[in-house]
Design a protein around this ligand. Sequence first.
Ligand SMILES: Cc1ncc(COP(=O)(O)O)c(C=O)c1O
Length: 407
Amino acid sequence: MPTSSITSAFSAVPCPVVESLDAILPEEPLLMMGAGPVPIPAAVAKANAIVINHLGETMVKVIGQVKSMARYVFQTNSKWVLGVAGPGSAAMEMAISNLAWDGTRVLSIKNGFFSERMAEMGRRVGARVSTLDVADRSVASLEEIAEAIRRERPEIVTVVQGETSNTVWNYRLKEIAALAKAAGALVIVDAVCTLSTMPLEMDAWGIDAVITGGQKGLSSIPGVSLIAFSDAAWERVKGRTAPNAHWCLDARLAENFWHNAGYHYTAPVSGVLALHEALRLVCAETLEKRFARHLRCSLALQDGVVAMGLRLYAPQACRLNSVVGIEVPDGLSPADVCAHISRMHQVEISGSFGLPIVRVGQMGEQCREHNLFRTVHALGRTMVDLGVKVDLPAGVAALERGLSGGR
Ligand SMILES: Cc1ncc(COP(=O)(O)O)c(C=O)c1O
């Protein structure tokens, strides 16, 4: 080929001029206090910088340890723990697409944005999905759920433990699972924002599939997620006749890598190593201490927010502790608050899909005293700067009282 034609072939799309990451990223890293991703510990960051062979002796050992630590975190003795290369939604889709197919009757308890996502995934695999639509800022009563189960006779019930979008906590998860079980349905639980922040006992509560992401309670990186299936769920996966249309998410293929030391796809090795370290830190802390840390920090944060004069979005009875929703005062938008606190205080918090709130996360590394003081101060200063009358010293004092056990 003459030189001129090589040149023109390569210049059809010109090489872009871009900025380096150093130029794009802020000089001081932002404190990630939104609804996830959350800050990661140094051991997780270090592991995330390593690449090893995705097959072979070392990886087999890592995978074995990830599974046994995940069993502790899920509180299950089920063998069927697997990782997923993808966000929490990929783990969600793995649960739905392996357990439901054309004509499967699915009942989705719909508390908001993320529980609706499970229903939508069910529809996309051809399931007959009915939803129990729950009013914003509330949970369904057990009577309503029992009635919906009687009416719809679902083979599968889906429910979210913590509905991150409106910060509602399905605090009767154990009873909901029992109702579904008694009716012969499998139960899928989205624990993306709650796992390792509050109790969830997969075996004792009779849950058949639990999903989580890396970037929330576990304080790992986004993009590598976990799922656990009960024996009953695994039997359904193995017994289906039509193969799962999602090749990457097919649990029967994923078994090859996660249980038989074989190849499915090239695993995100760095992310798996990061997850290993995140799980190891959870085990070192123990679930009991981790739950206590989350509760203490979240309640102290809530006290601080209320004492400065702001209002919490979810009522106390069903308020999620893992992500705290705060009403944005009249005249401001969530975007105003998030932009100001980020620009002026280098603290990231989240809005929420059109709701008039901002959200502060209390997951994993977010639940550290120094992070809380900085966040409450930054939130109070932001309100003052934006013209809202708040009592910032009262907020900080209430946070301190809460953290030192003086609620
Ligand atoms: C409760 C819940 N479920 C599912 C998801 C989806 O996770 P991802 O964004 O990692 O796909 C989220 C993310 O915020 C969540 O909070």
